[in-house]
Design a protein around this ligand. Structure first.
Ligand code: CTP
Length: 404
């Protein structure tokens, strides 16, 4: 998977340093050339010998090291396809944010132009400290990717956020960072789930969407190498690793979030079941029962149609859930909203639709003046999503550098 890739694994001094052994071993087993750069403190938690055995290469700790194969250690280590910092302590983040280079690992970071994938790990209070949060923000703005620390028991016995993210999650992020998938370099905006339109503080108008199809689309786009933002309505699904998730509740919030991200996206996949109506007003207090009630509903804004009005170079994908005349309705939506593709599913069929893990879909898309269709049989939503992403990738116009 990583053949021909050079990865520098930076390990700083925290109890989670021992988990770096598994990551180094896994990257090596998958074909990467892995070089390890450790801080002195990290060697208190795991020995360079362990990492040398796992990586099959010398391990650098001392910036003045002239005994190993390194010519200029921090410069040699900086020249890589990916700089992985796991675990990254608060101190390492602070040094990186402010350009300090007083040891081998911080000098390597400063000398590197490689993409950085960083998994912080520290005590909750250190993580939440405004200094650390500010450093994280600075580094994020410079383009670093983070795998946020998880919640759980910390080395001191307390519970809180700060422990190194799951190794599986870090592996997934490494895979995505090194992916040469068909959507490498593309920014994909996906919406998922229902929207809730509140009647009063405790009641809403909503729908049965689980968000599973949208989440599967976001994950498939991420696996294809794209940078993905997921705007999710209320669902019970966990945020997928490596994907920035914006949580929203109402159609108006989804509209605002989508428009905030629109200029920075190449492909938009509107898989959300956006409510078409909302109560004309929300009661400030919980309504008390009495006699007959009626609800006055007004239309929400059609997010996808509004994007279609300002389509520009965007590739727009809509979803259509129907119970009858599937293709005719889907085609109408495709044309009316100026879409490049619509994914239609007949929610009345067994195995298709809202709650389950499977779906049966048909993609409709215009090509050379004709409307083409591709049918996908009953399969998991994740598998269907992968195939739709493949189709979208194949339909994208060639990028500038690939044009003859
Ligand atoms: N959509 C949207 N904003 C809305 C409503 C829907 O962006 N306010 C998007 C959905 O995310 C989906 C597509 O539009 O991609 C669905 O089209 P739509 O015509 O709204 O479908 P239905 O609500 O099923 O429409 P109808 O009631 O006409 O069948």
């Amino acid at each position: 998977m990583f053949k021909g890739k050079k990865i520098t694994a930076g390990i700083s001094g925290g109890i989670a340093a021992y988990k770096a052994a598994e990551l180094v071993s896994w990257m090596k087993q998958n074909g990467a050339e892995v070089s390890v750069a450790m801080t002195k403190n990290a060697t208190e938690f795991i020995t360079p010998l362990t990492l040398k055995a796992l990586s099959g290469r010398p391990v650098a700790v001392d910036i003045m090291d002239t005994s190993s194969d390194w010519h200029v250690p921090h410069v040699d280590l900086a020249a890589c396809d990916l700089l992985l910092l796991a675990p990254a302590t608060a101190n390492l983040l602070a040094k990186a944010a402010h350009g300090l280079a007083d040891d081998l690992l911080s000098a390597t970071i400063l000398a590197s132009r490689a993409p950085v994938l960083c998994a912080p790990a520290m005590h909750t209070d250190m993580y939440n400290n405004p200094s650390t949060q500010e450093n994280l923000r600075i580094l994020q703005e410079r383009g670093w990717s983070f795998i946020d620390p998880g919640w759980g028991r910390l080395a001191c016995g307390a519970m809180g956020q700060g422990r190194l993210a799951d190794v599986a999650e870090i592996k997934e992020a490494i895979r995505a960072a090194l992916s040469e998938g068909p959507l490498k370099g593309k920014r994909v905006l996906v919406t998922a789930g229902p929207t809730y339109e509140y009647i009063d503080p405790v009641r809403f108008v909503g729908n049965r969407s689980s968000g599973k199809m949208g989440f599967a689309m976001a994950e498939a786009a991420h696996a294809a190498g794209a940078e993905v933002v997921l705007v999710a309505g209320p669902t019970t699904l966990a945020d997928p690793p490596g994907i920035r998730v914006e949580h929203v509740v109402s159609a108006q919030e989804m509209y605002d979030a989508v428009w905030r991200e629109y200029a920075n996206s190449d492909i938009v996949i509107m898989a959300a079941a956006v409510s078409d109506y909302r109560p004309d007003h929300m009661e400030a207090c919980k309504m008390k029962k009495g006699g007959e009630q009626s609800l006055q509903l007004v239309r929400t804004q059609d997010i996808l149609a509004s994007l279609g009005e300002k389509k520009g170079e965007h590739f727009l994908v809509g979803f259509a859930a129907e119970t009858n005349d599937l293709l005719a309705y889907a085609q109408d939506k495709l044309e009316r909203k100026h879409l490049d593709m619509i994914v239609a599913n007949d929610v009345s069929q067994a195995g298709a639709g809202f709650d389950g893990d499977t779906n049966i879909v048909t993609a409709l898309y215009p090509r050379d003046g004709q409307l083409l269709r591709r049918d996908y049989p009953l399969q998991t939503k994740k598998a269907a999503a992968r195939q739709i992403i493949e189709l979208i990738s194949a339909l994208l116009p060639p990028s500038e550098e690939n044009k003859i």
